[in-house]
Design a protein around this ligand. Structure first.
Ligand code: SF4
Ligand code: MG
Length: 331
């Protein structure tokens, strides 16, 4: 499979009056053509910062990519000028955020907003742009698209607005779509419909998708692979099956125990006690130590190496690492 995105050893910090927040601390991620990768973790774990780094959307100052590379189709996004990134943004890579209202202009019709993007980036007539916009509205399941093109955002429900935002993001046929908590503002039934829509879009357009969420439950159906983030690090990656049926990291196990599962009716949900560490002064060792029911002496001192459990499944936890014994013995 073709790799379209390759993030290597990414470090991103924010300098504040209180000190430097190390929001992303050595993230490695890959994305293959046509797949959906879910990045999952609690708020503040660095998932949005990672996604925003891809698009060079880290406000600087206070933010800064301190180290690492982000190759998109062979080009290192971290090395491109703002002008070069603008050519990629919205065309090759599109992004969708949680609140559809902030992405829509209340004073313009849906039709004007949809065609604006494509007219900016492609040499096409107004009529062609219109046709294309109507096709996009059909793709995202807006009924009577011809009529709806003339309406304003307030004339649509929240779920419909998010569909329109998705249509806008897709209008230039991007190769990568990044959706940051795209269903969090919606009620549960609408959430499910929007997630199904992502699957349909992927089938029909072949777009690669990064889906960012704090809710492991919602990715159970749509993700091909899952990366679990904690305290600025990717602590476990695997296929959906590996993460749901063979979760290895105690944090991933904790996350799974805290979401309702369709296949385990009646099981009690157990929240993970405690809070993530302060990223002004992240711990030297495993950042989950203070909350981990299986923590060992070595955990708080040394960050665990990555262990590959299969070709697709990797974890950063001492429990899986033979070398843990050696570190305990020699300490
Ligand atoms: Fe728990 Fe240690 Fe594994 Fe961290 S490295 S998750 S503290 S067992
Ligand atoms: Mg976020």
């Amino acid at each position: 499979m073709d790799k379209i995105l390759d993030i290597k050893d990414l470090h991103v910090s924010f300098v504040t009056y209180g000190g430097e927040v190390q929001a992303v601390r050595g993230v490695n991620l890959e994305l293959y053509k046509g797949e959906t990768l879910a990045i999952v973790g609690e708020s503040g774990c660095g998932k949005s910062v990672t996604a925003n780094s891809i698009m060079k959307l880290i406000p600087s100052p206070p933010g800064k990519i301190k180290h690492g590379s982000i190759h998109f189709k062979g080009k290192d996004m971290t090395k491109l000028s703002n002008k070069e990134v603008r050519k990629i943004r919205g065309v090759d890579i599109s992004m969708i955020f949680q609140d559809p209202m902030t992405a829509l202009n209340p004073t313009l019709t849906i039709g004007d907003q949809l065609t604006e993007g494509i007219k900016q980036h492609r040499k096409i007539s107004a009529k062609q742009a219109n046709h294309h916009a109507i096709d996009m509205l059909k793709l995202v399941g807006i009924p009577n698209p011809d009529e709806r093109m003339k309406q304003y955002p307030h004339q649509f429900s929240g779920g419909m607005r998010q569909r329109i935002v998705i249509a806008m993001a897709l209008i230039c046929e991007p190769e990568l779509l990044i959706a940051d908590e795209p269903t969090t503002a919606l009620d549960v039934t609408i959430q499910a419909q929007i997630l199904q829509l992502f699957q349909k879009i992927q089938r029909e357009t072949g777009v690669s998708i990064i889906l960012i969420t704090h809710d492991l439950g919602i990715v159970a159906k749509v993700a091909n692979r899952i990366a679990v983030m904690y305290a600025g690090k990717v602590i476990e990656t695997g296929t959906r099956q590996e993460i749901f049926y063979h979760p290895n990291h105690p944090y991933t196990q904790g996350l799974l125990n805290s979401v309702p599962r369709l296949d385990q009716k009646g099981e009690r949900l157990i929240p993970i006690d405690g809070t993530p560490p302060d990223l002004f002064a992240p711990p030297e060792g495993c950042p989950f130590t203070a909350r981990c029911p299986k923590a060992m002496e070595v955990c708080s001192r040394i960050y665990p190496f990555q262990t590959e459990l299969s070709q697709t499944h990797a974890v950063e936890c001492w429990l899986q690492d033979e070398r843990a014994k050696k570190y305990i013995a020699s300490s």
